[in-house]
Design a protein around this ligand. Structure first.
Ligand code: PMP
Length: 400
């Protein structure tokens, strides 16, 4: 049994007189000392603006930022570091692409998404459809929470100009067959974007082998700070995609009449970047690179299986979603109780979960639920956390 909990100082906290059990990692993960110290050291030793000034601190800050880019490149298997763009997170990465494709889409083109998407992979496409006259098509999901692959095949056509889906659903934990979906979408000539927000810790990632055009994720879901994220894009795509924002850093030459832009990735990085966030992301990747990730993910899977087995024994427990491949999320309701009340009852027992629609309102509407209770795991969770979750849910049922 690998136990990395001691690396995360916040997980040593007590809540309600007992060790805090944190099962909300799909919302954001906790941070290890390695990341906290790297961010603190950056501000204590090397803080300066990047790229521009010719002094020692600026040089150090620039090196730290660019080292982080190289670490990300290695972690996701990008073939070129120019394919790694720093953003604020998954949401900004998706908006960057959706806005950039405005001139590419025409009226009656189609954008294909899925019913499993997070709002951040719905709304930017909806806005793009409104601006261009393109149509948003949605692949349906079956009662287990798996994508309906025959519906995907039916809705995919030469009119499909963009296909996007999440790698792992944050609401139900479904691991989508992204390699198969990307392959099929590429065959009809669609641009592909994968929302990897929930996948970067739980699935081995090789964007080059996956062959998607874009892959978006957030640092804060993988032990790094909030406010830093990544857009991976194939270099050829990035070269033709127009810039997202104008400003400093992204230009080559500016006159009042017109401007020329830098090459990727800088073309997409207007303004001062979140340097400390990038340093933290680099530190998170260094930390992850030292861990036996495959073993930790297998261990996490065992914990989830064990939690599911025990939770299903509790009268009134109803699992929401039985996907054929599940990642680190258990969504459920207790018969006769509102999910928010269950969340409060669990919090009173020192167990932190999330309740509500999980930014997937259309999915909840499809399931006919106001929301669910979601226990989400990360590599630092232990058998003790499962024991406390099961006990807390069992006790909650006595209040209903
Ligand atoms: N997509 C998925 C699947 C997510 O889980 C999340 C975060 N909950 C996002 C997108 C948005 O990520 P962020 O808020 O970090 O931009």
């Amino acid at each position: 049994m690998f136990d990395i909990q001691a690396d995360f100082p916040i997980l040593q906290r007590q809540h309600q007189g007992e060790p805090l059990v944190y099962l909300d990692s799909a919302a954001t993960t906790q941070k290890p000392d390695a990341v906290i110290n790297a961010v603190s050291d950056y501000y204590r030793r090397s803080n300066a603006n990047v790229h521009r000034a010719a002094h020692k601190l600026a040089e150090e800050a620039t090196t730290l930022l660019e080292d982080a880019r190289t670490l990300v490149q290695g972690y996701i298997g990008a073939s070129d570091r120019r394919e790694v763009i720093f953003t604020r997170g998954t949401t900004e990465s998706i908006n960057l692409v959706a806005q950039g494709l405005q001139a590419y889409l025409k009226a009656d083109d189609e954008i294909l998404i899925t019913a499993l998407e997070h709002h951040s992979n719905i709304v930017p496409w909806q806005m793009l459809a409104q601006r261009t006259g393109a149509h948003l098509k949605v692949v349906s999901v079956d009662s287990n929470g798996d994508l309906d692959l025959s519906d995907f095949q039916e809705k995919l056509s030469s009119r499909t100009k963009v296909f996007t889906c999440n790698h792992i659903s944050n609401a139900l934990g479904t691991i989508n067959p992204v390699a198969e979906l990307v392959r099929a979408a590429r065959e009809v000539g669609a641009i592909t974007l994968i929302d990897g927000a929930q996948a970067v810790l739980h699935e081995p990632l090789d964007v080059t082998a996956l062959d998607c055009d874009f892959y978006a994720f957030s640092g804060h879901k993988m032990y790094a700070p909030t406010g830093i994220g990544i857009l991976y894009g194939k270099l050829a795509r990035l070269e033709t995609l127009p810039p997202y924002q104008g400003g400093g850093e992204m230009i080559e030459h500016v006159t009042f009449e017109t401007s020329t832009y830098q090459q990727p990735p800088y073309k997409f990085e207007a303004g001062t970047p979140n340097i400390a966030g990038a340093v933290g992301l680099g530190a998170a990747i260094r930390y992850l690179n030292e861990l036996p990730l495959a073993e930790l993910v297998a261990q996490e899977q065992n914990l989830i299986d064990s939690a599911l087995r025990q939770l299903k024994q509790i009268p009134g427990f109803r699992l929401v979603g039985e996907p054929s491949k599940r990642s680190a999320v258990i969504s459920f309701i207790l018969e006769g109780a509102h999910p928010n009340d269950i969340g409060t009852l669990l919090d009173q027992q020192g167990v932190a979960v999330r309740t509500g629609h999980h930014c997937a309102m259309p999915l909840m509407a499809h399931l006919g639920l106001p929301g669910t209770v979601r226990a989400s795991f990360s590599l630092y969770n232990t058998a003790y956390d499962v024991e406390r979750l099961v006990k807390a849910v069992d006790k909650a049922t006595t209040f209903i």
